[in-house]
Ligand binder design. Structure first.
Ligand SMILES: [Mg+2]
Length: 230
């Protein structure tokens, strides 16, 4: 084991909480109202297929944003891309303000690096946004490398996402441990690519699953010690 790759959203950064709070604050400015929990659920549900299409390279990063705001506020005329972008910017302002990392993120990253391991983030997302996210939450100095799917041929869990990451890192897949909160994207994808993988299941949603599982990053144990860092 020479390298640990961690997912970013909802593994190191509490993305769901930021997105939920952002849509609750922003939706009323579009004339969309409702119970906070209901707004958050609706936004997450309608966003998911558009984001999946972006990950599959069917639409661009900008297009998935426009599709989401158009679907959330169908009563508004957002046929003009610039107007849709302007509206979505209101969400981003709140979303960015809500970014913060989980309490166990920094101690875990430091522990891994002390053990001589190279630590990277492998995230399905836009590189510029994810780099900004790392900066805002104070994680940039805590990792060695960021690999975002916007710079890869495909997003996780496509085998080529992991193959390209491994190639960029200059290591063999067997030397890499992938840690993430998505059973499909992070864990099954990494295992299929020949990596080791651990599911981070903060909400205990996957009890009994047939893969290694931890409830918090502080439970992360490594199969073997990496070489001492010089
Ligand atoms: Mg995630």
């Amino acid at each position: 084991m020479s390298t640990v790759l961690l997912d970013l959203d909802d593994t190191l950064v509490d993305q769901v909480r930021a997105a939920d709070a952002a849509v609750v604050a922003w939706a009323p400015t579009l004339g969309v109202t409702g119970e906070p929990a209901e707004l958050a659920r609706r936004w997450a549900e309608l966003s998911e297929p558009h984001y999946r299409r972006y990950q599959a390279r069917e639409i661009s990063f900008a297009e998935q944003r426009r599709a989401r705001v158009r679907e959330l506020a169908p009563h508004l005329d957002l046929s003009d891309d610039a107007e849709a972008d302007r509206r979505f910017a209101g969400y981003l302002e709140h979303y960015r303000a809500g970014w913060c990392c989980f309490d166990d993120a920094v101690p875990t990253l430091r522990r891994l690096r002390r053990q001589g391991l190279r630590v990277g983030v492998l995230t399905n997302g836009d590189e510029a946004q994810q780099r900004d996210k790392l900066d805002v939450v104070g994680l940039t100095a805590e990792i060695d490398v960021l690999i975002a799917s916007s710079t890869l041929p495909f997003g996780k869990p496509h085998p080529l996402a992991f193959a390209a990451a491994v190639e960029r890192l200059g290591v063999r897949a067997e030397e890499v441990l992938m840690v993430g909160d998505s059973l499909e994207n992070d864990v099954r994808g990494a295992l299929a690519a020949g990596m080791s993988a651990v599911l981070l299941d903060r909400t205990d949603a996957h009890a009994g699953v047939d893969v290694p599982r931890i409830r918090g990053l502080d439970e992360l144990e490594l199969p073997e010690q990496g070489p001492a860092r010089r």
